[in-house]
Design a protein around this ligand. Structure first.
Ligand SMILES: [Zn+2]
Length: 196
């Protein structure tokens, strides 16, 4: 496994917290903050030589690590938690489709559309945001979909915290995906996509 693979960090209750890189994972191991591990072995690393025993320490980093420490998950799991909006997470929420013309695009060819335009009082929040291609966004301009005679092909939703971690993931391993999915709301629109 290459060192770029992200590790899914959870709290001791198994609630997903964040992605960490291998250096941060190693730091958590060396600080003794790992409560238990799940998932496959990502890396086996050699540490320093123990002065007392003369043995070289070994470290095995797993794909999912549960860590001690103050849990920050509880507030994020509250039903009213709203993750911060970013274009990358928004485009992934919408499966890189323009929600107006329905075509698939590369991220660089997509933009953040305010469904109710800011100029008409629309907020910069998940449920008022749609992924749009430049063409549709230009056509829509400062209008609502109705005014521009456009129709959304999906209902924009606010991701839960577990869904948000999924949206932030770069290359998610099968065992990490299974773990995250178990924390998705049962009605998650993402499940159908992930399961196919
Ligand atoms: Zn479009």
């Amino acid at each position: 496994m290459e060192l770029g693979q992200q590790v899914l960090r959870t709290d001791t209750a198994g609630l997903p917290l964040e992605w960490v890189g291998y250096q941060d994972a190693v730091r958590l191991y060396s600080l003794g903050l790992i409560a238990y591990t799940l998932g496959q072995t990502l890396y086996r690393l050699h540490g320093g030589i123990n002065a007392a025993t003369g043995k070289r320490s070994k470290l095995t980093v797993h794909s999912i690590i549960a860590t001690y420490g103050k849990s920050i998950a509880a507030s994020r799991l509250a039903s009213d938690y709203v993750p911060p909006v970013s274009n990358s997470a928004l485009f992934k929420r919408d499966a890189y489709l323009c929600l107006y013309c329905g075509h698939s695009f590369m991220a660089r060819d997509l933009s953040r559309d305010h469904i109710t335009p800011v100029s008409q009082g629309g907020a910069d929040e998940w449920r008022n945001l749609a992924t749009a291609c430049h063409r549709c966004n230009n056509h829509k301009a400062g209008q609502t979909p109705e005014q521009a005679n456009l129709q959304l092909i999906a209902v924009p939703f606010t991701p839960s915290y577990a869904e948000y971690i999924y949206l932030k993931g770069k290359r998610i391993l099968a065992d990490q995906m299974e773990f995250l999915k178990a924390h998705f709301p049962r009605s998650s629109p993402l499940l159908e996509r992930i399961n196919t």
